[in-house]
Design a protein around this ligand. Structure first.
Ligand SMILES: [Zn+2]
Length: 352
């Protein structure tokens, strides 16, 4: 199977097409934007454009080079994704292991181009950087250029260890060979070493419209989501196709708890008071803020649906949303979650 189309980002693609057409795309670039927003997919699109046989500009999508790039089979397009640290002791064997892991990751993405988020422990180990260094110095196989894409650059281990590997990477970024383009992506550019960051031309990748997330979810998922689940997921994804795709119990859990809380609020003081008392204290502060975030998403969705309601009712809903946001801010400090939730629930009962 080939890579799925890009959803949203039309304006950015239009701008990039112009840059590609004038052959001014930087040799070392960094795509920055929220997790799952499509940075790596866009980087692959840029790579496809740089390698396209139809000449400079947006990729034609038809030539054999484009088809190879879309099938993740282009010999001059190298995509580095986080992998497990190699086990071999010998550095050369480590590089081979990294090459195999990357090959396996690509094989998996060819089978299922809707890839999952990389595992927590996966990284770009030193061996990956050494491999990248090697690939930079080989002559392109088929065309006149080669493109290296390195996703989730925050996971480069060179950052803290091995000055030797860091220097190798810096050297590549500083003076890439004429025929080489490097595109890194990162959600948090602050997590990159300043020396690495300063050698890259940054490009911001924004969130996409809800409409695009909805279109993605109703086109690419098998089986398709039912309408209410589709709407909920679209809202929770907040403009990130990846988040919409990766959403599991982790995101849906707080949403479910927010739903339960609202039901308790509707049930009156007895219900919400016992719900508030059941809120775990302190240690689960992350859960508490996730609950408040999910609550805000639900209230915002309710606001959109009730835009035509009487003004007084709308005011109440807006005020309820403000109270949730206040509680969210307070939750960052030293508050008691049970008490905060009880006060919030009593406000919500009055306002909703
Ligand atoms: Zn082409």
């Amino acid at each position: 199977m080939s890579l799925r189309p890009i959803y949203g980002h039309q304006a950015l693609q239009h701008r990039l097409a112009g840059v590609l057409a004038s052959s001014r795309f930087p040799q070392a670039a960094l795509l920055v934007g929220p997790p799952g927003v499509g940075k790596q997919r866009l980087a692959l699109w840029i790579a496809q454009g740089l390698l396209c046989q139809a000449g400079p500009g947006a990729p034609c999508g038809e030539c054999s080079s484009c088809r190879q790039a879309l099938g993740l089979q282009h010999p001059d397009l190298h995509w580095f994704v986080p992998i497990q640290r190699p086990k071999a002791g010998d550095p050369d064997k480590q590089v081979e292991e990294a090459r195999e892991s990357l090959g396996a990751a690509m094989e998996e993405r060819r089978r299922d181009p809707l890839w999952q988020r990389s595992e927590g422990m996966a990284s770009h180990p030193l061996a990956s950087v050494r491999l990248l260094h090697r690939l930079v110095s080989v002559t392109p196989f088929s065309g006149s250029r080669k493109v290296l894409v390195l996703g989730e650059a925050e996971r480069l281990v060179v950052q803290e260890s091995s000055p030797e590997a860091a220097n190798a990477l810096l050297k590549v970024l500083e003076e890439p060979p004429e025929d080489t383009t490097l595109i890194l992506t990162a959600a948090d550019p602050e997590a990159l070493l300043p020396t690495i960051r300063s050698r890259l031309v940054s490009l911001r990748v924004p969130r996409v419209a809800d409409e695009e997330v909805r279109r993605f979810l109703s086109t690419e998922l098998d089986p398709p989501l039912k309408s209410s689940a589709l709407e909920r997921r679209t809202l929770l994804a907040e403009g990130s196709i990846g988040m919409a795709l990766w959403m599991t119990g982790e995101t849906e859990g707080p949403d479910r708890r927010a739903g339960e809380l609202l039901a308790a609020v509707a049930g009156g003081a007895g219900d919400w008071a016992s719900r508030a008392l059941a809120q775990p204290t302190w240690s689960a502060r992350g859960d508490f803020t996730a609950l408040l975030d999910a609550l805000a998403v639900r209230l915002r969705a309710g606001l959109e649906e009730s835009a035509g309601d009487a003004e007084g009712r709308l005011e109440g809903r807006l005020e309820a949303l403000r109270r949730v946001e206040e509680a969210r801010a307070a939750a960052q400090g030293n508050v008691n979650p049970q008490l905060t939730l009880a006060v919030l629930a009593s406000d919500l009962e009055r306002l909703l």
